[in-house]
Ligand binder design. Sequence first.
Ligand code: 6PG
Length: 256
Amino acid sequence: MTNERRVLVHSDKQALGASVAARFITKIIDVLDEQERADIAISGGSVTTLVLAAIAQSHAQGSVDWSRVHVWWVDERWVAADDADRNDVGAQDDFFGHISIPRANIHPMQSSDAGMTIDEAAAAYADELRSAARGDAVAPAFDITLLGVGPDGHTASLFPEFAQLQIRDRAVVPVHNSPKPPPDRLTLTFPVINASKRVWVILSGAEKASVLGLALAGASVDEVPVGGVQGRKRTVFFVDEDAARDVPENLIAATY
Ligand code: 6PG
């Protein structure tokens, strides 16, 4: 495996969304040519939402056999099931509602009104991941994981200086006092994210430029959590020009 890390720069946010969507569709079709099933993991946030909406609106998505695609969440906000703040509520409107995917292939995290504590919900999602894993793995090795990044360098719900950054022995953990509202969340941990074959990190806007520069320069994971993300085959940072301001020239891929 090459374990390559690269940065692909796009003119603006719309071009970024369209490009990641097109690549996603092509890659999923390729993956499904080679294996029976594809597992993908998605996070919340405006840029991943933009990408999911662009996938759903693309004519090419009709060529994907969605019945063989399973969708997992990288993180979820701990609110009621119908709360618009939930990542899966937005994804239903922008994505699932437009593609032919069986409901059983969608793997939401539990909600705060499901009758369990947040710790129980973390354990329940860990069980669900394990039941879909191969061999003795704790989770499926996601074929593609789509991540957004906050201006503070957080990704998923892994925030700077938070204890969750160091957790290696659990797949899913609760987060309290999140600096980004809402305060309570569930998140996958680094070992599960980094078992993904491909991690695609998507950033748009000047307010993300300095954390991207720091992450690529090797800042500590405690300081800039997204710097700790690494897919097993490939890690690609899809960015727009505003977010690319502090990226060293030698890391920018020459072609799209
Ligand atoms: C969430 C996230 C979070 C998000 C980033 C980027 O649910 O809040 O998963 O990690 O992806 O904060 O969000 P934006 O793209 O909206 O800046």
